[in-house]
Design a protein around this ligand. Structure first.
Ligand SMILES: *Cc1c(COP(=O)(O)O)cnc(C)c1O
Length: 379
């Protein structure tokens, strides 16, 4: 089955008791058993819930994987992955990582004896140089936030396979419509479902997908043992959201391209970071591993003045000033004072998060209106 058909049909069946075409919200904690051990596959909703189960099968299908698991947030999904490791194990990750991922690695898991290395993953040799006999995981995020760097997933898979380590890819920015890490050699895919999969800024959720049965058994054991599961109502909302994922991401890509090209010609703008430009340093890798370039764009202003950036994020009328991304509505953010404020200025500026950097999550409104809004805010 092709993507659009799977997005709409995978994992879901008309309700056998009523024929309801939409998966019901099974708002129940427990399930009545006919006799001890004689049940219909559901015993307790931390372990299994039919609405969540349908969503887990759907997300696995659109990522071309066999097994899916949903969690109370993207970070709860990351928490599950790192709990597969043991004290003494080492993880290699990118130095341009989602702040919350960096925080859970450093402030939660380091004290349990897991060691994290952060490196520029566009430099494949630098990653290979960090591998040793304790390397058990490579953690990739691509495109990165907010600099829109692209990491070569196949190159990382080659290193992880040679090391006998697991490759996990945070595919939140790309979405399964544009990029499928399992097909490129990854062992595990992670999503902040909160963003494009949910797509309507009304749910916080995370997901994992894998195809290896041993990894899946660990994933489900930790999901049930740690208990950070998602709710039936939220599962229903995301099942509904994914039915239009392909349509939304197509429009995000179209609008993203129009906005990026507008910004690139504006006299007040210095740099525009969007992997669809031929001048983007990783454009060739992006073209190879992605089917489109998405609607996430960052840009800087000539002169690099903080006040100019703050003025623009205040003056926009359609773009809403907010954290998060991936919803139907366009958002604007200022990484240096918002998402990346907790990172020291020197460190932040080394990776490109300068005072005038502005990040856009281009939504699915009319592109002409979005461009007119940016034009008036920049004037
Ligand atoms: C938002 C985000 C997360 C964390 O997900 P939550 O649902 O907020 O817990 C992880 N990775 C990336 C790339 C994100 O954008």
């Amino acid at each position: 089955m092709k993507f659009a058909t799977k997005a709409i049909h995978a994992g879901v069946h008309p309700d056998p008791t009523t024929g309801a075409i939409m998966t019901p919200i099974y708002q129940t904690s427990t399930y009545v058993q006919d006799g001890v051990g004689n049940h219909k596959g559901y015993e307790y909703s931390r372990t299994q819930n039919p609405t969540r189960h349908a969503l887990e099968k759907n997300i696995a299908a659109i990522e071309n994987g066999k097994f899916g698991a949903c969690f109370g947030s993207g970070l709860a999904a990351i928490d599950c992955v790192i709990k597969m490791l043991n004290p003494g194990d080492e993880v290699i990750s990118t130095n341009d990582l989602y702040g919350g991922s960096y925080r859970i690695f450093r402030t939660i898991f380091e004290k349990y004896g897991i060691k994290f290395h952060f490196v520029n993953m566009q430099d494949v040799d630098a990653v290979a140089a960090l591998v040793n006999e304790n390397t058990k995981m490579i953690w990739v995020e691509t495109p990165t936030n907010p600099m829109m760097n692209i990491i070569d997933i196949e190159a990382m898979a080659e290193i992880s396979k040679a090391a006998g380590a697991m490759l996990c890819v945070d595919n939140t920015f790309a979405t399964p419509y544009l990029q499928n890490p399992l097909d490129l050699g990854a062992d595990m895919v992670m999503h902040s479902v909160t963003k494009y999969l949910g797509g309507h800024s009304d749910v916080v959720m995370g997901a994992l997908v894998c195809s290896d049965e041993n990894i899946a058994n660990e994933m489900y054991r930790i999901q049930n043992s740690s208990g950070a599961v998602t709710a039936p109502m939220d599962s229903f909302l995301v099942l509904r959201g994914i039915k239009t994922l392909h349509l939304r991401v197509q429009r995000h890509c179209e609008n993203g391209e129009k906005v990026a090209r507008f910004l690139a010609t504006h006299p007040k703008i210095d740099k525009v970071y969007w992997p669809g430009f031929e001048s983007h340093p990783n454009h060739e890798v992006a073209k190879r591993q992605m089917r489109g370039f998405g609607g996430m764009i960052s840009f800087t202003l000539k002169g690099n003045h903080l006040e100019d950036a703050l003025n623009i994020v205040k003056k926009v009328e359609i773009f809403a000033l907010a954290e998060s991304l991936g919803g139907v509505e366009s958002l604007i953010g200022h990484p240096a004072t918002m998402t990346h404020a907790s990172i020291p200025k020197e460190v932040r500026e080394q990776s490109g998060v300068v005072e005038s950097l502005i990040r856009l999550s281009v939504g699915v409104e009319d592109a002409d209106d979005l461009i007119a809004d940016l034009k008036q805010a920049l004037a």
